[in-house]
Write a protein that binds this ligand. Sequence first.
Ligand SMILES: Cc1cc2nc3c(=O)[nH]c(=O)nc-3n(C[C@H](O)[C@H](O)[C@H](O)COP(=O)(O)OP(=O)(O)OC[C@H]3O[C@@H](n4cnc5c(N)ncnc54)[C@H](O)[C@@H]3O)c2cc1C
Length: 320
Amino acid sequence: MKNETNIKDIVVYVELENQELSQLSLQLISKANELTKVTGGEVSACLVSHQKVALPSLPECLAELKIFQLIQPRFFIANHYAQLIIAYLQETQPLLVLVGSTPIGKAMAPIIAVAFKTGLTADCTDLLIENQTIVQVRPAYGGNVLAEIVTKTTPKVCTIREHAFSENLVFTKSVTKKISYEVLNLETNVELLYQKPIKKAEKQQSRIKIIVGKGVKKKADLELIEKLSKKINGEILCSRGLVERGWFTPESQVGLSGKSLQGDIVITLGVSGSVQFCSGIKNCSCVIAVNNDPNARIFSVATYSFCSDLYEVVESFMKN
Ligand SMILES: Cc1cc2nc3c(=O)[nH]c(=O)nc-3n(C[C@H](O)[C@H](O)[C@H](O)COP(=O)(O)OP(=O)(O)OC[C@H]3O[C@@H](n4cnc5c(N)ncnc54)[C@H](O)[C@@H]3O)c2cc1C
């Protein structure tokens, strides 16, 4: 049993994308690595998979990757996944458990927290160490304040959204000694009758995002924005206002309750720049804002501000 003062390690629950650690998983490992430089502990990771995993390379900072390969059942059951992670956490006794805010992560994290009678902080945007204590930062009151939450019990469990952290990692080639494998058959009284195929959004390569807001008057006007996006090879995204109008699906929404962008060049057209919206573009390399209100909040975060009618700006751009 570890002495309470020796609890320094961090465990990251990771997920795979095409047999590689997902970007979000790498971002969590990177942050865990940064934190353990202060706590003095190690970073380990665990994952649950339904097929044999062959990872080519792992981040150098990872002390271990524990893989649970589930032969049966061959589909996700939150309780099964959580029980495996709980067993691993009982063995490793970490200070902190980081879980990505993915559908799997969000279903599992509360079960893990309940098992340890500990606190769970959902959708953290940052993690700090102050006076030897882990401080979990997350937006509160509709994103108008950033709450700093300290969980007094151990392990501290938190879920993290994609792009909250960058992935600053060094990878090693020879890693077999770091991977420990366990193959399992679990009993279940759940039978999978039908699985609805999910249409995966096509991965956009473009670093230019055109984000449209409620300043666009009619749905038909989006044709003009599409012409612009073809001309500059950009991807069209939107504010929540246009999801609420039913013009876009939630997958296209940028912001606190939508997606966060990182490193991209962003052009906002008719977006006011609410706190909730701006939290999704805070890590963009360049923000070009077009709004006809000189007092629009978006201008306070923009790299280049155009106080103009968006239709005039887009049309004159298309002519040139
Ligand atoms: C808990 C919570 C979570 C939220 N999460 C999100 C989120 O993830 N993403 C998000 O976007 N919002 C989110 N919101 C909603 C957010 O508060 C705003 O309501 C929303 O961002 C407003 O969208 P908008 O900027 O498109 O619309 P508006 O605020 O209505 O702004 C439209 C802008 O267009 C400008 N405009 C009008 N006509 C023109 C023209 N012809 N040319 C140029 N400019 C023009 C206006 O000056 C105005 O500034 C959230 C709210 C809450 C409470």
